[in-house]
Ligand binder design. Structure first.
Ligand SMILES: [Zn+2]
Length: 400
């Protein structure tokens, strides 16, 4: 059984918009309030927590405190929102911490009023005659079902983007049929210049189209900064900026989905380097940080989709110097800098394309890991044209 999400546009009435605003607000309040509680509790008890004398706050502590909070006059408005949604926010906060401790995500952030707004509904959901029903919304909200829903509904996420559009994302439990077996193997190098370079010579990149919108975004942001605060024109300019942000986000998301699906369709075994979250956080360069965010989402897509479709994803440790090793003679070139797109191996004197060479090393290392104790040797490879294609896995021969 797998979880698949379906996203649809919502058309709430004015009254429902107000009711939704209360839910977004309460959910954001709960998130921020308990994130602050956890942070304060930790900084006050740091030493005791490290010595295991005091426990860090968890979901159960937060849920107990929330119940008490709701009995106080000051917080009585919290009862206007679906209580299960508020508990769900606490669960989401708990998962955010868990992902952080597993080094899969950054430390949870406070939510702002002008960001995308969300809240979740874990149960009591009904969809009928193009309306979606859940607690506190007895009349049902109009929903545009532009494609069919599959499987059994597990939960809902309601969201409002910065343009003021409403959406519902419905997580469903579905039975997916694995794709037919595929014996192709491939190594993937994720980069800044090209998004992904494959060891079969294929390159995936969407930067050109993104550049166009990023230029536009810069222009609109400059326009916005010139407008008088809290004026009508400023609000208009803010929506213009939000629209482009939205567009960029959608392009990026479609690209990550299409690329991950395409790679998994064409290969049975995919080798990549695991991403180093710590290294990512240390990097403040903008292009790099955008790259990082896309990479971790991409690796995440590859992970669950390979599970859905019966593919194998192999992650190799990131201390493996995939870029610096010559794939022909295995000489490690410590002198290699980021600016060197093409380099000549100081040992065997062969010319190497940086990313393509790395992808072949990742493939080799991945298959080595997959085959554990088995020996492999590298067949002598003819010099390839830069960026040229080789058949996937053709340079690897198993001898065990
Ligand atoms: Zn060499």
């Amino acid at each position: 059984m797998h979880i698949k999400s379906f996203k649809y546009r919502l058309r709430p009435t004015k009254a429902q918009e107000q009711q939704l605003a209360k839910h977004f607000g309460s959910s954001r309040f709960i998130w921020n309030y308990f994130l602050a509680r956890r942070k304060n509790h930790y900084s006050l008890n740091r030493e005791a927590i490290k010595a295991s004398n005091v426990k860090a706050l968890n979901y159960y502590d937060n849920a107990k405190e929330l119940a008490e909070l709701k009995t106080q006059d000051e917080f009585v408005w919290l009862s206007e929102a679906n209580s299960q949604s508020l508990q769900q926010t606490l669960k989401d906060l708990e998962s955010a911490y868990k992902r952080f401790f597993k080094k899969q995500a950054r430390y949870p952030k406070f939510k702002k009023k002008y960001d995308k707004q969300t809240f979740r509904i874990p149960q009591h959901i009904l969809i009928e005659n193009s309306r979606i029903y859940f607690p506190k919304f007895k009349q049902g909200i109009k929903v545009r079902m532009h494609r069919n829903l599959e499987g059994k509904i597990r939960n809902l996420t309601i969201s409002k983007n910065q343009r003021g559009q409403y959406f519902v994302s419905i997580a469903c439990q579905v039975k997916l049929k694995p794709w037919t077996e595929n014996k192709n193997t491939v190594g993937l190098d994720l980069g800044i210049k090209d998004f992904a370079v494959l060891s079969d010579g294929k390159i995936y990149d969407n930067q050109k189209i993104l550049n166009k919108y990023e230029e536009k975004l810069k222009y609109k942001q400059r326009q916005l900064s010139k407008k008088v605060k809290s004026s009508k024109n400023r609000e208009k300019a803010r929506i213009e900026v939000a629209k482009i942000h939205n567009k960029i986000g959608n392009i990026r998301q479609n690209f990550l989905h299409q690329t991950s699906t395409d790679i998994l369709k064409n290969h049975g075994t995919i080798c990549i380097e695991s991403l180093n979250v710590k290294g990512m956080m240390a990097n403040h360069h903008l292009a790099k940080s955008i790259g990082d965010a896309s990479w971790s989402r991409f690796v995440n897509h590859l992970g669950y989709k390979s599970d859905w479709y019966g593919r194998k994803l192999i992650q190799i440790e990131n201390f493996f110097p995939s870029t610096k090793i010559c794939r022909h003679c295995e000489h490690i070139n410590q002198e290699l800098k980021l600016k060197h797109r093409i380099w000549i191996c100081p040992n065997c004197k062969r010319e190497l394309d940086r990313d393509f060479n790395a992808s072949l090393n990742i493939l080799k290392q991945g298959l080595n890991k997959l085959n554990g104790g088995r020996n492999y040797r590298q067949k002598p490879v003819e010099l390839l044209p830069v960026g040229g294609a080789v058949e996937a896995g053709s340079s690897i021969v198993f001898s065990g």
